[in-house]
Write a protein that binds this ligand. Structure first.
Ligand code: OOB
Length: 542
């Protein structure tokens, strides 16, 4: 079934859309069109470098032609406008080729992370009624072709599995491209470009519908703030499918500006530093635990990192203490980023004073980003006090894809997204992230919805009840702890058996509880719900 793009989620009311257009935020561009324009303007400039296992490069012209040929091949296989295609590729050149090919025909990439396994991918494929799934052959020792074979059985609508590399029983991606048969009728700028994943607070991850217009505005805004231009050489260290390395300013921002994106196969300094040196990298984005590792490794001084001008750090709270050490160690500027795949992105600015850069998480991209900080009753708190962050604006969604019930809770009636973050605003308008009201664990930037893991653990025959909470961790910021109540009379279980059970259910490894503790009962709130706040404070004893 092909759904008309743009109709499966609430979108901006006409008045807002008109305002965002009039302000010049939404310019009527599409991703396919942008690549075409850049290829015409500077065909021979290098757009993309994939250094592993051997160095491959794509000029803007080559990337554009490649996207055309792949788009034609996808179209010849019946993939068209509005069709969903689950893309689960690591940081390889094929990722960029595939998504631009899909943009061009108006098919919607659904971005799975390389760490996702059967539970997540089969849900993405069935929920989105995906017609195709794109995988590597193997990645980090895991065979994605076998996963694809299993997923295929669970998602009957999946007509194609394309493999970058050795295909096994599936279709090699290399066989897809063919001569374009005229130019496909592309999507319109206000239509959906892709579905991004939410960090999630619920049993299953929600999908975030982003349009060409809104996402391209966030790229332009990010580029301006970060100083991205044609000379930028950006290293994609985090998984390319995540919103942060994709758009803040990310590889899409850099391609928009005509710069060069270099894909880093692994984030560790041993892999990344030689690439920074060899490729003369000027900019990159890191999550706080990685920024710590880089800061320490840089002190060893074995690599020439002098080309680096800017490191963006975000995705989870970066302590001021760690932030202070980054600039001297890496010899570049620091910018903190506090963003979310749903939209709103905040950056510290290059002309902020150093104290603001290390102690705040920045301020919004756009003058039209509306930010409210409210108490539990939804009233604005006095300026400078803590509260829950609500936001609405030209690149923040008005609703998740096909999730009307959840949308009724996650958005206010007048369209503000309830971020679930507890923030405070300084007189300069910078936000400080002080905590979280939503039930989520932020494991070094990787988000875990406790409910998703609780549902899995509950399926264990010996388990009566479970509650998953965060535990502070000096390196990751937070780790996960599952408190488990066993059924009376059940065989005693070891923590390792609970972890194995979760892993065997086929979820991403980062979601497997780091710690498991058996208890006799949970504390309850006045209304009889499990008191997670109290559980979290007992977890702090760990
Ligand atoms: C980014 O996006 P998501 O969708 O994986 O996660 C969003 C959530 C935020 O609501 C907040 O809870 C947390 O991640 N977060 C931060 C943070 N940046 C994100 N918490 C504290 N300090 C920060 N700097 O994580 C994301 C998307 C675009 C750019 C950057 C990060």
């Amino acid at each position: 079934m092909t759904l008309t793009p743009g109709v499966d989620a609430p979108t901006w009311p006409d008045g807002f859309a008109a305002r965002y257009r009039a302000a010049g935020h939404w310019r009527g561009e599409t991703f396919g069109g942008v690549l075409r324009a850049r290829a015409a303007a500077h065909p021979d400039r290098v757009a993309l470098v994939d250094p592993a296992p051997w160095r491959r490069t794509w000029t803007y012209r080559e990337l554009d032609e490649r996207a055309d040929r792949l788009a034609a091949g996808f179209a010849a296989r019946g993939i068209g406008r509005g069709d969903r295609v689950v893309v689960q590729l690591p940081n390889v050149g094929e990722f960029v080729e595939v998504v631009f090919a899909l943009f061009r025909i108006g098919a919607l990439p659904v971005y799975a992370l390389p760490a996702h396994r059967y539970a997540e991918v089969s849900w993405f494929c069935s929920f989105t009624e995906a017609v195709a799934y794109v995988v590597p052959d193997t990645h980090a020792g895991f065979d994605h072709r076998e996963l694809a074979s299993r997923v295929r059985k669970a998602a009957p609508g999946l007509r194609h599995v394309f493999v970058a590399g050795e295909p096994g029983e599936h279709t090699p991606l290399s066989e897809v491209p063919c001569a374009p048969d005229g130019r496909p009728v592309g999507p319109r700028p206000h239509e959906l470009a892709f579905l991004q994943l939410s960090g999630g607070t619920t049993g299953v991850p929600k999908l975030i519908p982003r349009t060409h217009d809104d996402y391209l505005y966030s790229l332009r805004g990010s580029n301006e703030i970060c100083g991205v231009d044609a000379d930028t050489r950006f290293l994609v260290v985090l998984p390319a499918a995540h919103n942060f390395p994709m758009s803040s300013p990310g590889w899409l921002g850099v391609l928009y500006a005509g710069g060069t994106t270099v894909l880093c196969p692994k984030p560790d300094p041993a892999t990344a530093f030689p690439l920074v040196e060899r490729e003369r990298i000027t900019m990159t984005g890191l999550v706080p635990p990685l920024a710590l590792v880089w800061t320490e490794a840089a002190a060893a001084g074995r690599h020439d990192l002098s080309s680096l001008e800017l490191a963006l750090v975000g995705g989870a709270k970066y302590s001021a203490e760690a932030a202070r050490r980054l600039e001297p160690a890496l010899g570049c500027r620091l910018m903190q980023v506090f963003g979310m795949a749903e939209g709103l992105v905040n950056y510290t600015r290059l002309d902020d004073d150093p104290e603001t850069v290390v102690t705040t998480q920045g301020r919004p991209i756009s003058p039209d980003d509306e930010v409210r900080i409210v108490d539990d009753a939804g009233h604005d708190v006095p300026e400078g006090e803590f509260g829950q962050l609500l936001t609405r604006g030209p690149y923040t969604i008005r609703g998740y894809w096909k999730a009307p019930e959840h949308n009724a809770k996650a958005f206010t009636e007048d369209g503000f997204y309830r971020t679930g973050d507890i923030v405070r605003r300084t007189p300069s308008g910078h936000l400080l992230v002080e905590g979280r009201a939503k039930d989520q664990i932020n494991r070094g930037g990787e988000k875990i919805a406790p409910e998703e893991i609780e549902n899995i653990v509950l399926a264990h025959p010996s388990v009566h009840d479970v509650s998953v909470v965060s535990v502070p961790d000096p390196y990751l910021g937070e780790r996960s702890l599952a408190y488990v109540i066993l059924r009376s009379g059940a065989e005693p279980l070891k923590p390792a058996a609970v972890k194995r059970f979760v892993r065997e259910r086929g979820v991403a490894a980062y979601k497997v509880p780091d710690l498991v503790e058996f208890v006799d009962a949970f504390p309850h709130t006045g209304v009889g719900k499990v008191n997670k706040k109290q559980l979290r404070s007992s977890a702090e004893q760990h």
